[in-house]
Design a protein around this ligand. Structure first.
Ligand SMILES: [Fe+2]
Ligand SMILES: [Fe+2]
Length: 160
């Protein structure tokens, strides 16, 4: 999967940003694979740890996309951004439902598989649309830098 980053035919500046976004998508796939392994192992502590990490990272990912990326392209691609926002709502719903199942030690592989499929479709859609537009337009780069500064700075300032 890491090979994908080296095949992107784009300038290094935008490739770096896009690669980081793509890397986060791949990380969710990997965490759900780990979650499936944990379910097979049957250790509730292990399942809970993997789930907690997955849920935290995915919620942060969709929050930051909405906060930093959506506003930059919403005026030119309103319908598509509305569609992505609806998918984010479904993702948050699924996280809540599956999180409850984790708490009840009742999460099943079928539910994980269903979420994985949905996330793969959502990621593919974003990579065709949102990420491509961001890459094609230099203006959103400012938003991306702010987005990643948030990830690397422990105490983000209140200023935009
Ligand atoms: Fe998203
Ligand atoms: Fe995404």
């Amino acid at each position: 999967m890491a090979d994908m980053q080296t095949h992107l035919p784009h300038p290094a500046k935008t490739r770096g940003v896009k690669s980081r976004l793509l890397h986060e998508h791949r990380a969710f796939d990997q965490l759900l694979t780990q979650l499936t392994s944990a379910l097979e192992g049957g250790d509730p502590v292990d399942i809970g740890e993997v789930w907690t990490q997955f849920e935290r990272r995915l919620r942060d990912h969709v929050d930051t996309e909405e906060r930093y990326l959506f506003p930059l392209v919403a005026s030119t691609h309103r319908t598509e951004i509305d569609g992505l926002r609806l998918e984010h709502q479904r993702i948050r719903c699924a996280l809540g439902e599956l999180g409850n199942l984790v708490d009840l030690h009742a999460l099943r592989k079928a539910s994980v598989d269903e979420l994985l499929l949905y996330l793969l479709q959502h990621a593919a859609r974003e990579e065709r649309t949102l990420y491509q537009w961001v890459e094609d337009d230099t203006t959103p780069q400012r938003g991306l830098h702010a987005m990643f500064a948030r990830h690397t700075t422990p105490e983000p300032g209140p200023d935009e």
